[in-house]
Design a binder for this molecule. Structure first.
Ligand code: SF4
Ligand code: SF4
Length: 153
């Protein structure tokens, strides 16, 4: 993984009230199938869950593909809560990959990122990528003048 920016790089904690969407696949263990997850997400995190596809049979492991909408910090808190309930949350889309060897830290991509997943470190002027904030909208890809950004799809 050398040369690739990872979530362990310094994270930006700036809050944003902008609503964003993330499409995820939820896999429920048996004991969580009856849990009113979408209700809890709405009530406790103000996150709307739009079910795209459901495969849930009584007493079996269930799968839901949902589009979550809400503030990025609330979305991430909701995902953390689901994981704490042993619900597996995987991102339905691919992930953004930034090639650190190619990136020249020009900062152009930070201007189009709606969730502040891409920021320039104010001390080092280096690009910082916070993967947990990325919603894979791909808006950053065409802005990069040196093609340092891609998806792993
Ligand atoms: S795909 Fe790019 S622009 Fe979109 S949220 Fe992720 S880092 Fe930001
Ligand atoms: S636009 Fe490309 S070169 Fe510029 S900071 Fe972003 S990834 Fe790096």
């Amino acid at each position: 993984m050398q040369g690739i920016k990872t979530p362990s790089t310094l994270e930006s904690r700036t809050t944003s009230a902008k609503s964003v969407k993330k499409r995820v696949t939820l896999t429920f263990p048996k004991r969580a199938i009856q849990m009113p997850v979408t209700y809890r997400l709405a009530k406790e995190f103000n996150v709307a869950a739009n079910i795209i596809r459901a495969q849930v049979a009584p007493n079996q492991i269930g799968k839901l593909v949902v589009e979550l909408a809400g503030d990025i910090d609330q979305l991430n808190a909701a995902i953390e809560w689901m994981r704490s309930q042993n619900i597996n949350v995987s991102h339905s889309l691919g992930e953004i990959v930034i090639d650190e060897d190619v990136c020249v830290d020009c900062g152009l991509c930070t201007g189009v990122c709606p969730t502040e997943a891409l920021t320039l470190n104010p001390d080092t002027y280096k690009l910082t990528f916070t993967r947990s904030r990325c919603i894979v909208c791909e808006q950053c890809i065409p802005t990069c003048p040196v093609q340092a950004i891609s998806t792993n799809l």
